[in-house]
Design a protein around this ligand. Sequence first.
Ligand SMILES: [Fe+2]
Length: 355
Amino acid sequence: MEEGPAERPVEVLIVEDDPPIRQVLSELFSGIGYRSFAAEHGQEGLEVFRARRPPLVVTDLKMPVMDGVELLRGAKALDPDVAVVVLTGFGDVKTAIESLKLGAADYILKPVNFDELRIAAERALERRRLTIENREHQATLEQRVEEQTWQLSRALDSTAAAYRQTLEALGSALDTRDVGTQAHSQRVVGYARMLAEAAGIEEPLLTDVERGVLLHDIGKIGIPDSILLKPGPLSPEEWKVMRTHAELGGQLLSRIEFLKGAIPVVLHHHERWDGTGYPMGLKGEEIPLGARIFAIVDAFDAMTVDRPYSKAISPQVALEEIKRSAGTHFDPRLVEVFLSLPLERLEEIRRKSLE
Ligand SMILES: [Fe+2]
């Protein structure tokens, strides 16, 4: 026959100062398969408990040296899961109820009906078993969740890093094609992030906006060099072609799952608040929030960096210009937020990009 912990008899500690009752209870418990230990008062009981750690304690309340309540406290301190059934006389029900508050599983009135005690003991042991099982189950679950969260966050970290590197490479490739706007993407992303955060945008939208801003001109990949790199001004026909870069960019990103969230910014980055922009002539809040943010930071960047056809102006003057176009070109509420950003932080982003 297989031997395991389940085969071992359950140990019970009986603490009772009345010798005949102690004796009878010990024998009755042994008779139904328990292994009994007996003690004649709380202190002795606590010593036995400390040595044996039985799962079940049956104790009288009124005893010399140390009473049952003290024993209960001591045993619970050593093993909070111990199942304790107290025995009490009619006159002491109040103490019995008190002992329940201290963690006793049940109380039995004297004279003891052994069937009643046996059932109470079994119920207390079952409850103990369930408590322990639940706690272990809970601990296993928590551990599993923790492990998986850790693995997942590592996987996400490396995936996110790969995405970011790909995007940055794409962004700077675009900068090189578009003559004279060195590190433009890097700066507008920096400004846009600041503005978006100040406007209360949270993840995941924040990342979508950031990616959209970074890749706003990705559609220029599809514009012929003769137009994109033309040194002089564009003809109306050439402008028409140039303007398709917004839609081209949107189409391009629609084929890349992780960049779909960036489409609204890319597609609408040339819309204007008053509806005179392109490609769709959207008006006001019809324009996606990220695209409205982009319009402001892009204008700020265009004014504060030297370009082939225009000298840079100071950030203060640029901010004045933007303020003047609030309500026509730009979302007036966002302009207000942009004007409230600390100038030195905007400057820092600019300085870093020019290093
Ligand atoms: Fe553009």
